[in-house]
Design a protein around this ligand. Structure first.
Ligand code: GDX
Ligand code: MN
Length: 374
């Protein structure tokens, strides 16, 4: 039987409750866990709801706080590792993970993964369309970097390498709990290293397609994503030089994207543009001067927004420089990496996302193929 795990931090209690109830009601699911960031008010508000869902369905539904396991900032990775470790001790046939903020979660997610598990796949990843200006870390950092580091491999083609929605067989759980790359990664880097390590452990991976897309909380100004940007950049650069998992990847065929998803705006462009000028330090300016080719253009941002130059090719070159030189924890590097990513996101939004969903996604896919052969 299967376990379903939701890491949660600050989602509305009603949304967490709805998702816990959906998972608990599924016939394949024998137990559900909600792993809190800490023992706070959110966790206390979920506890009584879990008790009542458990009583309704006659299955254990547990709410507990994550342990300190990794060596990076304590974040989502500690929650995932806490669940993996505990699941390994108890023993479940399969373990599913879902973000707690999904607003269109239903049994089809669990069914899709379970069916492929029945077909023998040990790792099933959910893949789904997202708004053209959502997933900007996936599109601008993780997918390009995986394409550059592992050209021709499954890692260069996985649709949602940062997705928190996946199912692992018990054997895969055992492998992940033993893998220091995974157990160390307590921060936002967890999704990246899990993608890599599961690709190495279970071949081939399966990507299950969720046609309705992933609906979840979106962003205001993109500074809300600053920590995620630098941690995901660090995580993917930590994979440089590691073995390649090979090309095999099985997946559902894509399907038409819902029209309303095509119209969703992922972030606030004006508030994000204002971030380009703020907070430059002498150390960040020095690092920007050393960027290959783009230093002068980048530094214009101290005076006025300037990002049109950050096209796909220029970003590819800049990202390569970041993959080699970026240092997590160094304030100047973190500020510069985040700012460069903002320029890339704004350039893409202005030149491509503005031309409509289908154009934008085709363009993004084409950039990934370009990075793979660069
Ligand atoms: N227990 C715990 N502890 N849960 C956390 C923590 C933490 O420190 N931080 C976040 N979470 C939960 C959160 O409550 C949610 O359920 C899930 O983790 C994902 O967080 P969210 O804020 O919704 O992330 P976002 O911005 O949706 O990012 C997702 O997509 C990114 C991407 O594809 O770009 C998420 O799956 C990221 O891991 C992924 O990088
Ligand atoms: Mn989310």
């Amino acid at each position: 039987m299967s376990l379903v795990v939701f890491p949660f931090k600050s989602e509305p209690t009603s949304l967490i409750a709805a998702n816990l109830a959906i998972a608990t009601a599924h016939e394949r699911v024998s137990e559900v866990w909600a792993v809190a960031a800490e023992e706070d008010q959110v966790m206390r508000s979920v506890e009584p709801i879990a008790v009542s869902i458990s009583a309704t369905h006659g299955k254990p539904v547990s709410v507990f706080a994550q342990n300190r396991i990794g060596t990076f900032r304590s974040g989502k990775g500690d929650a995932i590792n806490t669940a993996l470790k505990k699941a390994r001790e108890i023993g479940f046939e399969r373990v599913h993970f879902y973000d707690a903020d999904i607003t269109n979660f239903d049994h089809s997610w669990i069914d899709g993964a379970e069916q492929k598990g029945d077909d023998g796949y040990e790792v099933v990843r959910h893949r789904f369309p997202r708004a053209a200006t959502d997933a900007m870390i996936t599109w601008m950092i993780t997918r390009p970097a995986l394409a550059m580091l592992f050209p021709g491999s499954a890692l260069a083609r996985i649709g949602q390498p940062l997705g928190g929605e996946l199912m692992l067989s018990d054997r895969t759980v055992v492998e992940m709990v033993k893998d220091p790359l995974v157990t160390a990664r307590s921060d936002w880097g967890i999704d990246t290293v899990l993608t890599y390590s599961t690709a190495m452990s279970a071949r081939p991976l399966y990507e299950h397609h969720v046609a309705s897309g992933k609906r979840h909380a979106l962003y205001g100004a993109l500074d809300e994503l600053r920590t995620m940007v630098v941690e995901c950049l660090d995580a993917v650069s930590s994979l440089a030089g590691l073995p390649d998992p090979g090309p095999d990847l099985d997946a559902d065929a894509p399907s038409p994207v819902p029209d309303d998803l095509k119209r969703i705006v992922g972030y606030d462009r004006d508030r994000t543009t204002r971030l380009l000028a703020t907070g430059w330090t002498p150390d960040e300016i020095d690092l920007a001067r050393e960027l290959p080719d783009v230093g002068v253009e980048v530094l214009v941002n101290r005076e006025r927004p300037n990002f049109g130059f950050m096209n796909g090719a220029t970003w590819g070159m800049t990202l390569k420089h970041l993959l080699r030189n970026f240092r997590l924890g160094d304030p100047a590097w973190e500020a510069l990496a985040f700012r460069l990513w903002l320029m890339r996101v704004l350039a893409y939004t202005t030149a491509h996302a503005s031309q409509g969903y289908d154009h934008a996604i085709d363009y993004l896919e084409e950039t990934i193929r370009g990075y793979e052969s660069s």
